[in-house]
Ligand binder design. Structure first.
Ligand SMILES: Nc1ncnc2c1ncn2[C@@H]1O[C@H](COP(=O)(O)OP(=O)(O)O)[C@@H](O)[C@H]1O
Ligand SMILES: [Mg+2]
Length: 156
């Protein structure tokens, strides 16, 4: 039994994202699977603030513009990552950026692309000190209809 299509959720935080990609790509290579790299952009003002944009502004266009910039950046980063991983491992890698609530989008995308494995990190941007598992990885593991691999973020 081998996996055929692996959905890999990336929030760009390090060192977790690199670990997640390495393990997923290695598995895909062994099993002859394809990989879909997914980043979910959250449409929320706090996210934009964390990225240094001057919001909230009463002007919706300012928020919209800042949000589009975050999304464009995410598309560029993920495309670059996908090219790198595909070249390094000789596997098929599809980059996918979606907007929404991370847990929901990860689960919906897994069904849509008919993934048979979801790979997430144990932690993400929230850091590794706070909880045993991050909330996204915990919810994905609980609700997914397919297997989930949770790659441990290592303590420094
Ligand atoms: N916006 C996102 N897009 C894609 N994957 C995500 C996103 N947020 C979290 N994940 C996935 O979930 C893992 C754990 O993150 P999370 O549960 O949010 O932990 P934390 O609370 O430390 O941020 C990440 O390593 C990543 O695989
Ligand atoms: Mg998080």
């Amino acid at each position: 039994m081998a996996y055929g299509r692996i959905l890999v959720a990336i929030d760009f935080s390090e060192p977790v994202s690199s670990l997640v990609i390495e393990k997923a790509a290695g598995l895909a290579k062994c099993m002859g699977a394809e990989v879909c790299l997914l980043n979910v952009v959250e449409k929320e003002i706090p996210i934009l603030m964390a990225k240094g944009f001057l919001v909230p502004s009463p002007d919706r266009r300012v928020i919209e513009k800042a949000f589009n910039k975050v999304k464009e950046e995410s598309v560029k980063r993920l495309e670059e990552m996908a090219r790198e991983v595909a070249g390094k491992w000789g596997i098929k890698v599809l980059p996918l950026v979606e907007v929404g609530v991370p847990t929901e989008v990860i689960l919906n995308t897994a069904q849509k692309i008919e993934a048979d494995l979801i790979v997430v990190g144990s932690h993400g941007k929230g850091g590794i000190e706070k909880f045993f598992l991050g909330s996204v990885s915990e919810r994905v593991a609980m609700k997914a209809k397919v297997d989930v691999l949770i790659v441990r973020a290592q303590h420094e």
